[in-house]
Design a protein around this ligand. Structure first.
Ligand SMILES: Nc1ncnc2c1ncn2[C@@H]1O[C@H](COP(=O)(O)OP(=O)(O)O)[C@@H](O)[C@H]1O
Ligand SMILES: [Mg+2]
Length: 246
């Protein structure tokens, strides 16, 4: 299907946080009309300097922050007023940047916790997670907190997959891991996306992330500075100079 046909079919982004304005509690605005979105079957990547509001934008899309302006829509439905729990039931899987596993629980218990909203048999999904991340099968009885950084991120992603989400949101899934482990994690994320699951992720490894991105957003001070395909942003002189080290 060409882009034009997709447009004609009324293909709005699968998930969009549009023109979001908001901050924490009664504090000043952190987001100043920022928009992030992911299309069906695509990987969208958000990059930008520390403190730009990337995590805040993800939290806003997931409902952890009340918006003062703007909206969040999932598959065409306005979900701006829904709680995070209600959004999980609607099909949103979110891996936050920090505290994304239960360190004292075993790997398998973490995955079971991920399935908490399900009342059907989730063991097939668990097998899929173990097939995606075989090391987790080997370590399933081990406390998640004893795993390496890359393995803990696998647990966090696996936990989110246990809900059988319709869209996966990842905030810095490769934080603190070696370049080799980062490449492996990106390969697994691509594999997940190829199953048809849209992925919206924040990444500090901007260049590598834009290489696998269908769509990229550069956020600066809570607003969109640059938007394009991953390839367009990688080729953009201003983006290269400011955010990719030349
Ligand atoms: N829980 C919080 N309460 C108040 N301010 C916060 C909170 N989390 C982040 N901030 C502030 O919001 C701004 C954006 O932070 P953040 O979204 O974490 O940026 P990024 O993820 O792009 O590094 C920063 O100024 C940060 O200090
Ligand atoms: Mg962050």
């Amino acid at each position: 299907m060409t882009g034009d046909v997709a447009q004609a079919a009324g293909a709005a982004p699968y998930l969009i946080g549009e023109a979001m304005r908001g901050g924490y509690g009664r504090g000043a605005d952190i987001l100043h009309g920022c928009t992030i979105a992911v299309e069906r079957g695509e990987i969208a990547v958000i990059v930008g300097p520390n403190g730009a509001g990337k995590s805040t934008a993800m939290k806003a899309v997931f409902g952890m922050l009340d918006l003062r302006e703007g909206s969040v829509r999932l598959d065409g439905e306005d979900i701006t007023a829904l709680s995070p729990q209600a959004r999980v039931r609607k099909g949103m899987g979110f891996v936050p940047q920090t505290n994304n596993i239960f360190a004292s629980m075993s790997v398998e218990e973490n995955l079971e916790m991920g399935a908490f909203i399900r009342d059907d048999d989730f063991h097939g999904t668990m097998e899929q997670v173990y097939d995606l991340f075989p090391i987790l099968r080997d370590k399933r009885r081990q406390a998640a907190g004893e795993l390496s950084g890359g393995q803990r991120q696998q647990v966090a992603v696996g936990r989110a997959l246990m809900t059988k989400p319709k869209v996966l949101m990842l905030d810095e899934p490769t934080a603190g891991v070696s370049p080799i482990v980062m490449d492996e994690l990106f390969d697994r994320i691509i594999e997940v996306a190829r199953t048809g699951l849209p992925v919206l992720m924040v990444e500090q490894n901007a260049r590598q992330a834009l290489e696998i991105a269908d769509k990229g957003y550069v956020l600066v001070q809570g607003a969109n500075a640059h938007t394009g395909t991953g390839a367009e942003l990688l080729a953009d002189t201003a983006v290269r100079r400011s955010f990719l080290g030349g």
